[in-house]
Write a protein that binds this ligand. Structure first.
Ligand code: HEM
Length: 398
């Protein structure tokens, strides 16, 4: 993309608070839903903030993750995960289709329904421990982090006892400012998976990594490919859900009438979880893509090779789609949010994440009806150093 001068808005845009989207994103959504910006890496990309534009581009096969000339492609950040182009531009569509065929059965809605009772038990145990520990406590450490990590470890067949190690590696892999730290973090995560694969080849279990090894030959995947997939699943499977549990709790505690409504009518949990997914605003600039062809949309032309950031968090607050978009309403239906993406890359773990979120937000109001934040909202800070964002702590009392 050719841009003259350097008047472009630079990301990340400042926000007033952890529950708000950046005022500049809102202005752009209304005035220029597809607009050039400077990314945190200092390069130029199109930022897309309008709901209909984000949705249309998520479904558009003319956008992908790869770039024909990766060295010259604009970068989004230093992160080793989604910070720049990935994959081979000549085989991306076929590679992606194969990856989905390989992974989708492992995370089918049916398999996740079977998992529901177990996840409910895990939540009850973690809440017993939280109650036993006494008020005040850090809900992030007591619930938001251990639940998704335990679940994804069990599903993948990764020892939960190794969590302190891969917690550090995955935070490093998502580091936004230091490419060396990010690359090293990802390498350690993938190396760890290599060792695990070697072990599981002779000691297979009832888990996704063992299933991937068994399917490896049929799909012509090398160990490198399986290790990369397993590392991506471990990363995607916990960082995102952890943040949504923190955000959901925070949204409910800062809207006590909504917390009460959910406590009194537990069957609101389905719509409450969708509303939490819609409103969670953990940061990050959006889903990265590169145009394969010229695309005309909303009065602009995105040129082949241009970098594009599809910002679902801002799109989820588009007043053209959502009435009173900044209001947190646990009864909101319909709620066509884009939090799991849309189209060919729709989140493979969406059913799993929903099972976990339903279990948490069914049990929490019942077990802790008087739950409150233990610190003023303004004291809560989002991590800005990793691309997943999210909180390091969520102090609560009851
Ligand atoms: C609330 C939690 C979660 C959120 C908000 C979330 C969000 C997303 C989004 C927005 C995408 C689309 C990426 C894109 O279009 O570029 C995605 C893809 C993906 N997610 Fe999730 N996710 C969550 C949980 C999970 C879990 C638990 C897993 C399971 C291990 C998972 C695995 C994946 C995978 C493998 C993809 C890649 C799909 C593809 O490229 O075709 N996610 N997720």
């Amino acid at each position: 993309m050719t841009v003259t001068g350097d008047k472009l808005p630079r990301m990340p845009f400042p926000r007033f608070g952890v529950l708000d989207i950046a005022p500049l994103s809102r202005t752009l959504q209304v005035t220029a839903p597809i607009t050039p910006v400077r990314t945190p890496a200092g390069d130029v990309a199109w930022l897309v903030t309008g709901y209909s534009e984000v949705k249309a581009l998520l479904a558009d096969a003319r956008l992908g993750r790869s770039h024909p000339d990766p060295q010259r492609a604009a970068r989004f950040s230093a992160s080793a995960i989604l910070g720049g182009p990935s994959g081979d531009s000549t085989t991306e569509a076929a590679d992606h289709a194969m990856m989905r065929r390989l992974l989708t059965p492992a995370f089918s809605a049916r398999r996740m329904r079977v998992l529901r009772a177990h996840v409910t038990e895990l939540v009850e145990t973690l809440l017993d421990q939280l109650a036993g520990q006494g008020s005040p406590a850090d809900l992030h450490e007591a619930l938001s982090f251990p639940l998704p990590v335990q679940v994804i470890c069990e599903l993948l067949g990764v020892p939960y006892s190794d969590r302190d190690q891969f917690r550090i590696w995955s935070a490093s892999a998502g580091n936004l400012s230091d490419r060396e730290i990010a690359t090293e973090g990802l390498k350690q995560l993938v190396d760890y998976m290599h060792e695990l694969i070697t072990h599981k080849r002779s000691h297979p279990g009832q888990d996704v990594i063992s299933d991937l090894i068994a399917a490896q030959a049929a799909f012509r995947y090398g160990d490198e490919g399986i290790a990369g997939l397993a590392a991506a699943l471990l990363f995607a499977g916990h960082e995102t859900t952890v943040t949504r549990i923190d955000y959901g709790t925070l949204l409910l505690l800062t809207n006590p009438d909504q917390y009460d409504a959910l406590r009194q009518q537990p069957d609101l949990v389905e719509s409450a979880v969708e509303e939490i997914l819609r409103m969670a605003a953990p940061g990050g600039g959006g889903l990265p893509r590169y145009a394969k062809d010229d695309i005309d949309l909303a009065g602009v032309t995105i040129r082949a090779g241009d970098a594009v950031l599809l910002n679902g968090v801002v799109a989820n607050r588009d007043p053209a789609t959502f009435t009173d978009p900044d209001r947190f309403d646990v009864t909101r239906v319909p709620n066509p949010h884009l939090s799991f993406g849309y189209g060919p890359r729709f989140c493979i773990g969406a059913s799993l994440a929903r099972v976990e979120l339903h279990a948490v937000f069914t049990a929490l109001p019942r077990r802790f009806p008087h739950l409150q934040l233990a610190v003023p909202l303004a004291k809560l800070q989002l991590r800005t150093d990793t691309f997943i964002g999210g909180f390091t702590a969520l102090p609560v009392t009851w």
